[in-house]
Design a protein around this ligand. Structure first.
Ligand SMILES: [Zn+2]
Ligand SMILES: [Zn+2]
Length: 250
C-alpha cells in the first residue's frame, strides 16, 4: 500500500488535467498508430468517397477529443480518491493473493465492463435515445480507427464512469488495471479499423466465437440492431442479438 498524500485542490486540478492529457495522447497514439498500419496495408477504411471520408474522420477525431476530456475527469477523481484518501480497492503490493487474483480480476473487470456496455448500448438503440445520444457513433459509415471514442458526450459519460467506479469496490492490482485499460483501448480502436487483424482460423474458430473482433463490430455498424457487445459475444449470444461476422473485402 502507498501512503495517501494530503488533499489539496491544486493537486486535484493538476491530477485531473494530467489524466485528461493521458487519455488524449492515448487516443491519438492508438488510433493514429492503427490508422497508419491500415494505410500501410493499402486498405482504405471509412467511406469510399475521399471528401466524405475526410469529413467523417474529422468528425470522429473531434467527438473523440471531447470524449477524452469526459473520460479524463472520472479517472482523475478515482485517482484522487486513491491517492488522497486511500478509498479505492487498487492495490500496489504484489502478494500471493495478488498473484492469484491478477488474471481473474482482469477477466471480471472486462466482463462487467462488457455487461454494462451491452445493456446501455442496447438501451441507446431505442428510438428516443438513438437520435440524441448514439447517432453520433453511427455517423461512422463504415467506421475508421479514429472512431474509437467518437461518442456523444452523454454516451462518453456512461462509458467513462464504469471502470473508475469498479476500482472503488473490486480489488485490483494497478498493473492488472493497466492491462484492462490497454485491452479497452486497443479493442476500441481495432474493432473499428475496417479490417481483420487476426488470422481467419482464429476469427472462425474458438477465439472468434467468444471474443469480439472487427468482423463482429463492423456488422453492428452495418445493421444497427445486432452485435451490441464490446469484448465478448456472451450477451449477444445469450440474448439472440448475435448476427454473425461481417466479411471484409480480401
Ligand atoms: Zn462502434
Ligand atoms: Zn450502436
Amino acid at each position: 500500500m502507498i501512503d495517501p498524500v494530503p488533499f489539496s485542490f491544486g493537486l486535484l486540478a493538476i491530477g485531473t488535467v494530467q489524466t485528461t492529457l493521458i487519455v488524449i495522447v492515448r487516443y491519438l497514439m492508438a488510433s493514429g498508430g492503427f490508422a497508419l498500419w491500415t494505410a500501410k496495408r493499402g486498405i482504405t477504411a471509412g467511406p469510399k468517397d475521399p471528401e466524405r471520408r475526410q469529413r467523417q474522420i474529422r468528425d470522429e477525431v473531434r467527438w473523440s477529443l471531447i470524449s477524452a476530456v469526459i473520460y479524463g475527469v472520472p479517472a482523475g477523481a478515482m485517482i484522487a480518491g486513491w491517492r488522497f484518501f486511500g478509498w479505492t480497492a487498487i492495490t500496489t503490493d504484489f502478494t500471493l493473493t495478488t498473484a492469484l487474483w491478477w488474471a481473474p480480476s482482469i477477466l471480471l473487470y472486462l466482463f462487467l465492463h462488457d455487461t454494462w456496455f451491452y445493456w446501455t448500448h442496447r438501451w441507446m438503440h431505442g428510438p428516443k435515445l438513438f437520435k440524441t445520444v448514439h447517432a453520433v457513433h453511427h455517423a461512422s459509415k463504415p467506421p475508421t480507427a479514429w472512431a474509437a471514442m467518437s461518442f456523444h458526450p452523454w454516451e462518453a459519460l456512461s462509458g467513462a464512469l464504469l471502470i473508475p467506479a469498479l476500482a472503488f469496490v473490486i480489488p485490483i492490482h494497478w498493473s492488472a488495471l493497466g492491462v484492462v485499460l490497454t485491452i479497452a483501448t486497443v479493442m476500441g480502436v481495432t474493432n473499428h479499423m475496417g479490417w481483420e487483424m487476426f488470422p481467419a482460423s482464429w476469427v472462425n474458430g474458438w477465439f472468434g466465437r467468444h471474443i469480439i473482433t472487427a468482423s463482429h463490430h463492423e456488422e453492428h455498424h452495418k445493421r444497427y440492431n445486432c452485435n451490441y457487445g464490446l469484448y465478448f459475444r456472451f450477451w449477444d449470444q445469450r440474448c439472440g442479438t448475435d448476427k454473425g461476422l461481417a466479411q471484409f473485402p480480401a
